[in-house]
Design a protein around this ligand. Structure first.
Ligand code: AMP
Ligand code: MG
Length: 485
């Protein structure tokens, strides 16, 4: 089915996983299949019926070595020494057409030794949500896990009431998380930890090998990737919702789309997740919380950073202390591009923050406001520009003058920068809900498919599709999102 398979994780010592086959489902049917990704993965054509059985978990091909991986994690600040794949099975690793190693994982494939009291299943809702949002993130240029396939199982999943069950095939550079390191650190299993570090460096950070201290370099590189990732989230108004350490991928990819949401009206402390009652993972807390997660990662590495424990702490502390600066750089580069500016000037931070403050004052739609900037280049009063979004336009006018002045020396290319960094559309929460409701109540997939199609090219949208993905009307607004697992 795939041209090149090489299951390296399953060759690691037994402590890293439990062998575990997916549990077959009653009557699988396609929900979605990602042709473009399949091609990228070197998937051989003509495998329709087989593929359905494999992606449902009904058939375990001979090239698969299915395992549930072990990990721990801080969930909302509380450490849980054993979590692990409770509803996911890592099927195999594919070497894609670029020679990159990619995990192929079934999510919602039945109980595993890590399921605790869970059923190992997923209702159709979270599968559709993850399919749409992860693929949209990819199209928006954000590092993320991907969705290769989704199938309905033909079996109900029992939550508050019965829902159609589904299985998602997720593709990731790997599924190693901060929590994977915590799993071994918490057990004092330094040998396994060392093995995990070596494996991670070889697989994801080979350049760290050539440095004086590869473990330190690993920490440094992971921190940089996370800084860049969260900066990109912030630039899209994306709120992950469950930034627990078990949901923080070591590769710097966005992983685990649970109660995530794209913010509409801009509100810095916005929270959607129903389980985040204290706003730990609010929009503007994300940079702080990723740093907290990186500090937990750093702690696991202490015994390997240096034989001298004080020196190890000092090394780790340096990197965690440097994180806010690294993040700020990443954020400035995202946000200046969104304003059409070229390189970052010292005063840009103020200019960006003043624009965000204007949006916050009237809770202006984040996506629309940035996208409309392009029309203000020629005329700040243009009705197609942001001006029409404001009730009080004085603040906008004053800001726009400063912005145009700052743009003056870099005006060539500004239009292109604005158009390339500010998407026309994001996955609007109410449309995702609409697609989920339609699929789960009627079995129809029109809205799901329409969203897939539009979100594949979020910078190039027809007026009709744009209208459909406009900000929610007050009665359409989604105020809460749920894990739904
Ligand atoms: P999450 O934060 O949603 O990624 O999940 C946290 C932990 O709960 C992970 O160990 C999951 O594998 C586990 N989990 C979530 N949903 C289920 C389920 N339906 N059955 C078994 N385990 C689950
Ligand atoms: Mg998770």
């Amino acid at each position: 089915m795939f041209k090149h398979i090489d299951n390296s994780y399953a060759r690691l010592p037994e402590a890293f996983f439990r062998a575990c086959e997916p549990t077959p489902v009653a009557e699988p049917q396609w929900l979605a299949f990602n042709e473009a990704l399949a091609e990228e993965l070197g998937m051989l054509p003509g495998t329709g019926a087989d593929a359905l059985q494999v992606f449902a978990g009904n058939q375990v091909p001979d090239w698969a070595t299915p395992v549930a991986t072990a990990y721990a994690g801080h969930q909302f600040g509380h450490f849980v020494p054993q979590l692990g794949d409770g509803r996911a099975v890592l099927l195999a690793e594919v070497l894609d057409t670029q020679g990159q190693r990619r995990d192929v994982q079934l999510k919602g494939a039945g109980r595993t030794p890590f399921s605790r009291s869970g059923d190992g299943r997923s209702p159709i809702g979270p599968v559709i949500r993850e399919y749409l949002v992860s693929e949209a993130m990819h199209a928006l240029g954000v590092p993320t896990t991907r969705a290769l396939a989704a199938v309905v199982s033909g079996e109900p999943v029992y939550r508050e009431y019965p829902l159609p069950g589904a299985v998602l095939t997720r593709v990731a550079s790997s599924h190693i998380r901060v929590g994977t390191f915590q799993y071994f650190a918490a057990r004092g299993d330094t040998d396994s930890l060392r093995e995990l570090v070596d494996y991670t460096i070889d697989r994801h950070y080979p350049e760290a090998r050539d440095t004086d201290n590869p473990v330190l370099s690993l920490l440094e590189q992971v921190a940089l990737r996370q800084a860049s990732l969260v900066a990109r989230w912030m630039g899209l108004g994306f709120i992950h919702g469950v930034m627990n350490t078990d949901n923080t991928a070591i590769t710097g990819e966005t992983i685990d789309y649970g109660p995530c949401a794209f913010m509409e009206g801009f509100q810095p402390d916005k929270v959607y997740s129903s389980i985040d009652s204290h706003g730990r993972y609010a929009y503007d807390n994300q940079p702080k919380l990723i740093r907290w997660n990186l500090a937990r990662f750093a702690e696991t590495l202490l015994p390997l950073l240096s034989a001298d424990s004080q020196q190890a702490v000092a090394m780790a502390t340096d990197i965690i202390d440097a994180f806010p600066g690294a993040y700020q750089q990443a954020w400035l580069s995202v946000m200046t591009a969104k304003l059409g500016l070229g390189e970052v000037y010292p005063d840009d931070e103020v200019l960006i923050n003043d624009f965000l403050a204007l949006l916050a004052q009237e809770r202006i739609d984040f996506t629309e406001a940035f996208r409309r900037l392009v029309y203000a280049l020629a005329d700040t009063e243009s009705p197609a520009g942001p001006v029409t979004l404001f009730r009080h336009t004085g603040g906008w006018q004053a800001w726009a003058q400063r912005w145009l002045q700052r743009l003056e020396p870099v005006k060539t290319g500004a239009r292109e920068r604005l158009l390339a960094t500010n998407p026309q559309v994001i996955p609007r929460n109410h449309r995702i809900e609409q697609a989920i409701t339609q699929a789960s109540e009627t079995g129809q997939l029109d809205d799901f498919q329409r969203l897939q199609r539009i979100l594949r090219q979020p910078f190039d949208v027809t007026p009709e599709d744009l209208q459909w993905l406009a900000p929610a009307q007050p009665h359409e607004q989604v105020v809460r999102t749920f894990c739904g697992t």
